[in-house]
Write a protein that binds this ligand. Structure first.
Ligand code: PLP
Length: 361
């Protein structure tokens, strides 16, 4: 099997797995303690959580703190629903290509939601008009379907000039490109070779949030529930590794990207090729039926769009937002490569995909 769906999830790094096992001890072990217990085992587990928190914090800009959550979806819900302007019914502006964790949450807030358009390159104009009295602007850093990198630094400045909070979904950016400045930033461990079931919200100092989950008051009262030291530790090691190898990773995916361009002649790339994370190769071919292609090419794990939208059989909302026709959107595939992808794998996958696509006529 060839795994080319790195935007949906990434394999767990062996180093992260190793660290996690220490905190998954069974009977007789001393690693399974509750990090909120005050005895020795509890304190050891708590220390592991705090080491992990520091490692995760190193991914972010200075001047804020990390709250562990169960996913990036939960982190984004906390950011949008828990912030003062979100609760208070102020207008919210989100880009047309946000993940549904942002879009659906914004639409569920009491205030009006404005959708900021994107151009054919899947980029938000940094000078885009913001609604009068806007309280929150939420724009992702790297798009999950087409990999485009949004001008978040400029948009953050614009939001600040309007007195609005700037929320950034950095799920596809974390560990791959330096995370940009924002007020509230969400990430997810399983997108950078950490475990599934843990995310984090970075909160700029001075921003007050209302918890969305109440209970035992963990995470400074912001997110009740017993933390899993194993998940935290796995996320911490994954963050540390990703940070150390960021340049090497960028070179690796750029090499794969260049080869992919040669291997897929006759396909058009969706979204900007300049402002882009190069591990996301989203391409289209006229007249293709992608659902058929994916079931024909059983050896390669690739995708028609985001994993969460792929069961609906609707054309991708993101590809429609960049102006593709329904037919073009239905003829698009996302080939996502990463740390463990080899050139050989990419070449074999291209051969299989091209062969099946040609058979469709
Ligand atoms: N935002 C983006 C851009 C994503 O790609 C994803 C996951 O697919 C999410 C948010 C949600 O992350 P999680 O799986 O941690 O809830």
């Amino acid at each position: 099997m060839i795994y080319l769906d790195y935007q949906a999830t990434t394999p767990l790094a062996p180093e992260a797995r190793e660290e996690m096992l220490r905190w998954l001890d069974g009977p007789g072990g001393s690693g399974f303690g509750n990090p909120h217990s005050i005895h020795r085992m509890g304190r050891r587990a708590e220390a592991a959580v705090e080491v992990a928190r520091e490692r995760v914090a190193a991914l972010f800009p200075a001047g804020g703190s990390v709250v562990f959550t169960g996913s990036a979806t939960e982190a984004l819900n906390l950011a949008l629903r828990g912030s003062e302007p979100g609760r208070g019914g102020k207008p919210v502006a989100v880009s047309a290509i946000e993940h549904s964790a942002v879009l659906d949450t914004a639409l569920d807030l009491p205030g009006d939601t404005t959708i900021l358009p994107v151009d054919r390159d899947a980029l938000v104009d940094p000078q885009v008009a913001l609604p009068e009295g806007v309280g929150i602007v939420s724009v992702m850093q790297v798009n999950n379907e087409v990999g485009t990198i949004q001008p978040v630094a400029e948009l953050y400045e614009r939001a600040k000039a309007h007195g609005a909070l700037f929320v950034c979904d950095a799920v596809q950016a974390a560990g791959k490109v330096p995370i940009a400045e924002a007020d509230l930033i969400a990430i997810s461990a399983h997108k950078f070779y950490g475990p599934k079931g843990i995310g984090a919200l970075w909160v700029r100092d001075g921003i007050e949030l209302t918890p969305q989950i109440t209970g035992g008051g963990q995470e400074g009262g912001l997110r009740s529930g017993t933390l899993s030291p194993a998940l935290c530790a796995g996320m911490g090691v994954a963050a540390q590794l990703a940070l150390q190898a960021m340049e090497e990773h960028a070179t690796h995916v750029a090499k794969l990207w260049d080869r992919a361009l040669e291997l897929f002649p006759g396909w058009a790339v969706n979204g900007s090729t300049d402002h882009r994370y190069k591990g996301n190769f989203n391409i289209r071919r006229e007249g293709l039926d992608v659902s058929r292609l994916i079931s024909d090419v059983r050896e390669v794990m690739f995708s028609a769009g985001s994993a969460c939208a792929s069961e609906s059989n609707k054309p991708s909302r993101i590809l429609s937002a960049i102006g593709l026709t329904t037919e073009q959107a239905r003829g698009s595939v996302r080939v996502g490569f990463g740390r463990y992808t080899t050139l050989d794998e990419l070449e074999r996958a291209a051969e299989l995909i091209n062969c099946a696509a040609t058979q469709q006529g």
